[in-house]
Design a protein around this ligand. Structure first.
Ligand SMILES: Nc1nc2c(ncn2[C@@H]2O[C@H](COP(=O)(O)OP(=O)(O)OP(=O)(O)O)[C@@H](O)[C@H]2O)c(=O)[nH]1
Ligand SMILES: [Zn+2]
Length: 296
């Protein structure tokens, strides 16, 4: 049969759904390979009218992933933008936001923050104050209220996503689903279609999926997660993935400085002067520790 080229639009365990020539095909990999990601461009060989085998993954422009001590988990391939959803309530974790930013920098993906639930006015000043840690680093912040001002939210976000391949991530409860439903009016139908095709049963929200946006572009919605391990990043990748470190890199006394306790370290100097936030440096130290713990 002829070879098809398609895009992976959903992944659930080792089951994948690809879109090729406007059709959806259930796909499997050859052997035990699990290195396929939503967003991957794949070469397929049809095995039945709605099934195929993934023969080849095209070289990725970008790859966003997280990892723990034992293995890495691919989040999205070929994306150009990452949107991190935070909210006035529940309170968001700086640790997760910074980790996602570091992952984006390491993968060469442009990162944006979305502050949702601006209608919760009494908590807005505090949320803005906390978000300033990131806007001061140069990351754009877009304020919206998916519930109270949906048209405004759409008018703010859609232009940022049109023509781009994006992923939206966030802790549970930030309102990511509400935003996806605004951006993709038929998301519910698509999810039901996908979960039927992947046979995911009741676990309809536990898989990553790609939606097409009106006017071009796509958005990947991934399940909320509580941890964002970055064990796969090497020391050299780490220091460069902290945008706030970049201006002083190369200024340390020792060329192989790890910026932890070395004398005349330019990074520690900048922390002392308040030019680098202490909580960012603490995360850096934690990530450095994690990167030395990998077992794969
Ligand atoms: N006040 C207010 N509540 C909102 C807004 N957007 C979403 N919510 C509420 O926040 C809660 C969480 O919203 P979801 O869209 O389910 O959030 P989620 O981030 O996808 O959460 P998970 O499904 O747990 O991953 C729901 O009760 C929403 O109704 C908003 O703009 N303002
Ligand atoms: Zn140093």
């Amino acid at each position: 049969m002829k070879e098809l080229v398609g895009t992976i639009v959903a992944a659930h365990g080792r089951h994948y759904l690809a879109e090729a020539d406007g059709e959806k095909l259930q796909c499997v990999t050859r052997g035990k390979k699990t290195n396929v990601s939503v967003g991957d461009i794949v070469h397929l060989k049809k095995t039945s009218p709605d099934q195929a085998v993934i023969e080849k993954i095209e070289e990725r422009k970008t790859l966003l992933y997280r990892s723990d001590q034992y293995k890495s988990k691919l989040l999205a391939a070929n994306i150009t933008r990452l949107f991190i959803v935070i909210a006035t309530e529940p309170s968001f974790a700086d640790d997760l936001v910074s980790r996602a930013l570091v992952a984006a920098e390491a993968a060469g993906i442009e990162a944006h923050l979305i502050l949702n639930k601006t209608d919760v006015e009494e908590l807005l000043p505090r949320a803005r104050e906390r978000a300033a840690l990131y806007t001061n680093l140069g990351y754009p912040l877009h304020e919206v209220s998916a519930k109270r001002h949906p048209e405004h939210a759409l008018a703010t976000l859609l232009p940022l996503m049109q023509g781009e391949s994006s992923i939206m991530i966030g802790q549970s409860g930030m309102g990511k689903s509400s935003l996806v439903n605004l951006l993709v009016p038929d998301a519910d139908i698509a999810v039901r279609e996908i979960s039927a095709a992947l046979d995911t049963g009741k676990h309809t929200t536990t898989f990553t999926r790609l939606y097409h946006l009106a006017g071009g572009g796509s958005i990947i919605d991934s399940p909320g997660f509580q941890e964002f391990g970055l064990y796969h990043l090497t020391e050299g990748m780490l220091e460069r993935a902290f945008v706030d470190f970049r201006p002083v890199l190369g200024g340390c006394k020792y060329y192989n400085c790890r910026h932890l306790a070395e004398p005349q370290c330019a990074v520690l100097g900048a922390v002392g002067e308040g030019k680098i936030a202490r909580i960012r440096h603490q995360l850096y130290a934690q990530l450095l520790h994690e990167s030395s713990q990998t077992l794969y």
